[in-house]
Design a protein around this ligand. Structure first.
Ligand code: MG
Length: 258
């Protein structure tokens, strides 16, 4: 099922996507993710175009994986990493579906990166691969927006990855998905720029949960961004970026001036 947070009449609500719209539900999305659909108390129905979609979670941190697609490593002529390369985007980067990505004046090359995102459902510390998916509430879509010139200039990635609005996520959490074999892509203004499959990931979702939870505690609602396939490129003000992951949907954001 697809679990969504939305705003209507200035109230933030939880819902489940159904029949081209959504139905309000009582429990939080992370609680709903652990319930069978039939057990959810369902309330009013809304059409998708009459509500504002919100980011599905407020993560305490977004843990991102650097190079994690074999085809992307080949594109860059890089050897495959032996361990995941991690970095963190602060929670202040997070925006939702159809919110604007704000182009910062400090950068002259802001890139898009289409990614599958894992939403953590339970506190995770020292989790084994075998149990990893029990700690996952579901999956959403993420655009790891990056000021590439500042990433190269700084060496450290924090500034380049951390501008406000640099982490669009959504539009919802899909609880039923095989993360190991889904098409993933990016369109800019309707033109295909990235087109791959999550089966090309170097480190699986299970391996990432084990690796990351051996370093830091993952809290419910935290997000793991699993890396981007080949075809990364620049965004311009006015561009519309659409990340798609098969089985989840499309995350769409326009780029605008601050
Ligand atoms: Mg990335």
């Amino acid at each position: 099922m697809k679990l969504v947070r939305f705003r209507t009449n200035d109230k933030d609500k939880n819902g489940v996507v159904i029949n081209g719209g959504l139905v309000e539900i009582n429990p939080s999305l992370l609680d709903a993710a652990q319930s069978p659909f039939d057990d959810l108390e369902r309330k009013e129905f809304y059409h998708l175009d009459e509500v504002k979609i919100l980011p599905p979670v407020h993560p305490s941190k977004v843990v991102c994986v650097g190079l994690n697609y074999r085809d992307h490593a080949e594109e860059l002529n890089m050897t495959l990493p032996e361990e995941p390369i991690l970095f963190i985007k602060p929670s202040s980067t997070v925006i939702g579906h159809e919110d604007n990505i704000l182009y910062p004046p400090q950068s002259h090359q802001v890139d898009y990166e289409a990614e599958l995102a894992v939403v953590i459902g339970r506190k995770s510390r020292l989790v084994n691969q075998e149990d990893a998916l029990d700690y996952v509430a579901g999956y959403t879509i993420l655009n790891d927006v990056t000021a590439r010139d500042l990433q190269q200039k700084d060496g450290q990635w924090t500034r380049a990855k951390s501008f406000d609005t640099f982490c669009p996520i959504g539009p919802w959490i899909e609880t039923d998905l095989d993360p190991s074999n889904q098409k993933i892509g990016m369109k800019i203004n309707g033109q295909v720029k990235q087109d791959s499959n999550t089966k090309n990931m170097i480190f699986s979702v299970e391996e990432l949960v084990e690796f990351i939870s051996s370093i830091m505690t993952l809290n419910p609602g935290d997000v793991i961004a699993t890396g981007t396939p080949p075809g990364v490129g620049p965004l311009q003000v006015g561009d519309v970026a659409e990340v798609s992951v098969e089985g989840i949907g499309i995350l769409k954001n326009e780029v605008s001036h601050i």
